[in-house]
Structures are given as C-alpha cells and as structure tokens.
Ligand binder design. Sequence first.
Ligand code: NAD
Length: 422
Amino acid sequence: MFSAFDNAIKQLDQVVPLLEREYTNKKKLKQAINFLKKPQNFYKKNISIKLDNGKNKVFKAFRSQYNDARGPFKGGIRFHPNVSEDEMKALSFWMSVKCAVVDIPYGGSKGGVVVDPSVLSERELRQLSVKYAEFVTPFIGPWIDVPAPDVNTNGQIMAWMLESYEKKIGMHAPATFTGKPIALGGSQGREEATGQGGVYVLEQYLRTKKLKNERTTVAVQGFGNVGFWFAKFAKDAGFKVVAISDSSGAIYDRKGLNVDRLAALKEKYGSFSGASRGEKLEFVKSEDIFALDVDVFVPAALENAITKENAGKIKAKVVLEMANGPVTPEAEAILIEKGIDDIPDVLANAGGVTVSYFEWAQNLGGYYWTKEEVNKKLKPIMVSAFGDIQKTQKEKKVSYRKAAYFLAVKRIIDAMILRGRV
Ligand code: NAD
C-alpha cells in the first residue's frame, strides 16, 4: 500500500551519503538520522460533536509534531476524508524540511481530522474546530507548536480555534495560530505570499540562466489561491504567461494572457471550459497543457500531477513546483533525464510559511507591518534560500530537491547536536 511517510523516509535516506561527508562524528549522525525517522510527538483522539439532527458523530483527529530542534513546531490543520496517521507524519516531516530550507526558526508539524467538511453545516464545522482546538490546547502555543490553515481549513476556522484556545488559557495569545483574519492579527500579504515567493524563486533561477523575464513563457496548472497569485505576479514581473488551467481545461494565448480578465471570466462562467464557450478564447484540454511549448511549467493545483505517464511530454526547461508534491519520484527521474530542472516544493512554495512566520513575529511584537514591508522582507528570504540551494546543487552535482533536503536536514541535525540531543 502507498505510504507517504515511507516516501518521506526514503527522501531522508537519500541524503545520508551526502551528510556522511559533513560530520566526523558518524555515531552522532547515525543517532540523529534515526531520531529523524519518526515524529517527536504524535497525538490522536476521537472527537465527538453533536450534529444538527441531534445525533453524535465521532471523528478521528491527529497532531504530528516532527522535530523542534530549530524552534517551535509549525504546521497546518487539514480537514479531509483521506487524512491518516501516515499522511500526518509525512506532512509534518516535510514541514520541518520546508522551514529549514528557508531558514526560519521553526520545526515542523501537521494536524488533521478525518472528515468531509462539505457535508457539515456551519454550526457543525465550528463545533468540530472548537473540539479540535480543545484537543490540541495542552500541546500548542506560540513557543510550542503553531498551527495554521491547510486543505479545507481557513481564516474563519483559525478564528474559532483561537477563541477556544484563548478562553482555556485565560489570555490573548494570537501568535498561537497563523493564517488568521487580519482583524484578529493576521498578516498583510499572507494570501498572496505563496505565489509571490514562487515568482521571486523563478526570477533568481532565470537570472542564473541569463534568461530575461520578458522572453520567458510560462504555463500554470491550477487557478486557485496559489495559481492565481503566481500567474498575476509573474505577469507583473514581465513574464509571458501563455496558458493557465483549472480542472476543466486550459486557456492559451501565445501572446500572453490577461490574468485579471481570466479571473473575472472564471467568476462569471464558473470554469475555463464555460468561459471558452461564452467568449473568444483558445481552449486546450487539461492533459494537453503538459505538452505546450513553454519555458516554464508550473504545477500549482494538486499532488501527483506530473507522473511517469505525462512527464515525457513536458517541453519546458524548468518545472517550478508550486503545489505540494506535484511531481512523483518516477516523474522527477524522467525530467532530470531530459535535462529539465525541477525546483522542489519545499523551496518554491515556502513563501506561504515564511509570511506565516512574519504573522507570528508581528503577533509576538504586537506591532503590525504594511503589505510593502511584508514583501520587502519576503524577497531576501526566498532569494537567499534559492542561492543556498543552487550553490549546493552545483557543488554536490545533485538535483535541486536533493540539495534542498541535504541543506535542510543538515540544519536540523546541527541544531540537534548543539542542543546535545544526540
Ligand atoms: P485551491 O483549492 O485554492 O486551488 C486549487 C486549484 O486547482 C483550483 O483552481 C482547481 O480548479 C485546480 N485544479 C484541480 N484539479 C486540476 C487539474 N486537474 N488541472 C488543473 N487545475 C486543477 O488550492 P491552493 O491553496 O491554490 O493550493 C494549491 C496547491 O498548493 C496545493 O498542493 C497546496 O497544498 C499547495 N500550497 C498552498 C499554499 C497556500 O498558501 N495556499 C502554500 C503552500 C502550498
């Protein structure tokens, strides 16, 4: 059976030979790697809520705290039917890696509830959120573990959880959750941060290839939060965004798309296929977006979007992973074989967690920044993370992903050694 956590551990094992060259004390390294093969803490509970029909329903809830050597645990809360212990462990490991890649002072965690929230009423959803917050209250906090929204959770859910948590501890503690509404201490610029961060990374990549933004064509798969903001900032930065897809298919214009107009048409018609029937637009089938003759392909929709079945079709010079886990390991091998660079998710989409870190810092300081300040602080972090990874990738002659994992795991192990944990 497929295990995301087995995959995560494989990724860890793959960088061990590189790490062995870095540490003279092999025993400590071995201990640290063994330590990193499971979460530090794993909590689970059956939580029960009263449905609108008066019956009680029980849901499985989890919180996986992977490693906190570099700072408090940090990670989202997901409400989804596929949530499992295995998935929580894998996602919390990847959060540890992502925070270390951008060098922000956090460990990684992840939480979730096995539920299809679309069938819950607002009252039921609120009750579930409050019960989840009660479950995790003893082991979260600004200096312990800082949750955030993830799949099917949002600012409103964070607001309900914050209220529940603060009632219990008897004081305000907004830095316990990020991704909050602005009115409750959320950060300016959080909504667009993931897309903006990805554009900063892409610009750095192209600079090293001596390519100009204006000459670079981009195709974006997915037009949700990440895809929309990525496409919008890419266009503003001068890139030619020639194709954008949603789950119904893609709109293509080799002269470059008007991203705001597409957003308005998606709103009006509900989907790109609907928009293409109502307006004069060139429509491309979902699976054909992979084969477009573009410089940059940006999966920004789902995990496992690029597989061994479609990786061979990709003509782009670089794939920028804005979604989480959009390229399967077999597909990555095909891309590398074809000479296509694959910029991993733990770097490309880390702008979101970076602005979550800013939100936490603002809450702790009780002093709030403008959107301009947020963006000014985001850029150097993304630029520096890309620089570190590219330097490692060149020096060690490995893929971008391996370079990112190597750097991140080394940073985590260094912190563990400094603390005397191993
Ligand atoms: P979202 O739900 O807002 O958007 C997803 C989009 O993908 C939707 O527009 C949907 O129509 C589209 N889609 C679904 N199937 C598709 C298909 N087959 N082809 C093309 N498009 C398809 O989600 P989001 O917040 O934009 O997240 C997208 C990805 O980015 C996820 O993997 C998420 O985990 C990751 N991510 C998000 C953030 C964030 O800040 N939102 C941060 C880091 C990573």
